[in-house]
Design a protein around this ligand. Structure first.
Ligand code: PLP
Length: 366
């Protein structure tokens, strides 16, 4: 059978390995498996959310409120923007797809950092759009500007993943603003803030104020998700925030009922439990110090991370794929970054006892 040409060039996205796989393949009990591979919140989700979802179980026979009124209302209060500035997606992943289908095509590609969230490239290639990448792996705005200037007529979207997954670096907001000012108003700038809650906590200079961002620029789309700090990865809820005109256009691509009735309930409740999120983020950065100290003591390079993971870069004597495989057999799942062309692993910061266990096993593996 012949498939569309666009598919030839696409490498299927490989998600973090699930706990069940380790249980099945290595016969390790689920409670002894430590998953530090998908940047999930190690504390799970707020107990209040669990309660609400349980109590809402009977609603699963009904379609959700397609206006998503309560969720948009919650987000509108949190970000101090109008509900008309918001679109909800099945994960912010889906909003990435809307943006690409709305602006990119065979003639108009996208521009991203050298190593960044894989879905930008995958969605672009699905519609035959070219992907320009900066030579540097991490975000370097001079390189972004250079490539943009030279290929202006061929670039319709610039993706800034701030902080960046899978490397963890970010940019100061004032640098980002300066960059956006230099870009044409007809070029869409997508700021993927999947880890913005973490960066905002770590350093105010790296915090993105969404209200200010969309009031200052007419060509920016901000993306947020409930999958990371809010602990709702399994519910698939994300959102885009932008000016009304951009949102109206993205809406034309949205399938109806694109998140589930229970996801909607969960997200509405998750927004209310600010303490849970705050605790998780504080714990994240205090635990990250253990990793940084370990790396320094063992002369392993790492990237200063504004997220809930840390990326460890190995020298030639180590092979990240091998290391990830050995860890896997011992019941620890991390993300090998070989497919990104790096000899590195990405480790999600876990709960204190998970991190201690990881570092103990990791030391023995090295
Ligand atoms: C996790 C993540 C997302 C989106 O995740 P969803 O679960 O689809 O909301 C988007 N961008 C980056 C950089 C991420 O790491």
């Amino acid at each position: 059978m012949i498939f569309n040409d666009e598919l030839k060039d696409i490498v299927t996205y490989e998600g973090g390995k699930p706990i069940e796989l380790v249980v099945r393949e290595f016969g390790i009990e689920p409670k002894n498996v430590i998953k530090l591979a998908s940047n999930e919140n190690p504390n799970g989700v707020s107990p209040k959310v669990v309660e609400v979802v349980k109590n809402s179980a009977h609603l699963m026979s009904q379609y959700p409120d397609d206006s998503m009124y309560r969720l948009k209302n919650g987000l509108s209060k949190r970000f101090e923007v109008d509900t008309k500035n918001i679109i909800i997606g099945a994960g912010s992943d889906q909003v990435i797809e809307f943006a690409i289908r709305a602006k990119a095509n065979r003639q108009k590609g996208i521009l991203t950092a050298g190593v960044t969230f894989a879905m930008y490239e995958i969605y672009a290639k699905q519609i035959g759009a070219k992907v320009f990448k900066t030579p540097s792996n991490t975000h370097n705005l001079e390189e972004f500007y250079d490539i943009y200037q030279k290929n202006k007529d061929k670039i319709s979207i610039i993706f800034l993943c701030l902080p960046n997954n899978p490397l963890g670096e970010s940019l100061q907001t004032k640098e980002v603003y300066k960059f956006i000012r230099e870009v044409d108003a007809n070029t869409l700038i997508v700021i993927d803030g999947a880890y913005n809650e973490y960066a905002s906590f770590k350093d105010k200079d790296y915090a993105i104020n969404v209200k200010d961002l969309i009031n200052t620029f007419s060509n920016v789309l901000y993306l947020g998700t409930f999958s990371k700090a809010y602990g709702l990865g399994g519910m698939r809820v994300g959102y885009g925030i932008s000016n009304k005109f951009i949102i109206e256009n993205l809406y034309k691509l949205r399938p109806p009922f694109n998140i589930t009735t229970l996801s909607l309930e969960a997200a509405v409740e998750a927004l209310k439990d600010k303490e849970f999120v705050k605790f998780s983020i504080q714990q994240n950065f205090s635990q990250m110090k253990k990793y940084e100290n370990f790396a320094q003591r063992n002369k392993i390079n790492f990237i200063n991370s504004y997220t809930n993971f840390i990326t460890l870069l190995f020298e030639e004597k180590f092979n990240s794929k091998e290391i990830a495989n050995i860890l896997l057999k011992k019941g620890i799942i991390v993300r090998d970054l070989t497919s990104y062309g790096l000899n590195a692993i990405r480790v999600t910061i876990g709960k204190p006892e998970q991190n201690d266990k990881f570092l103990e096993v990791f030391r023995s593996v090295l």
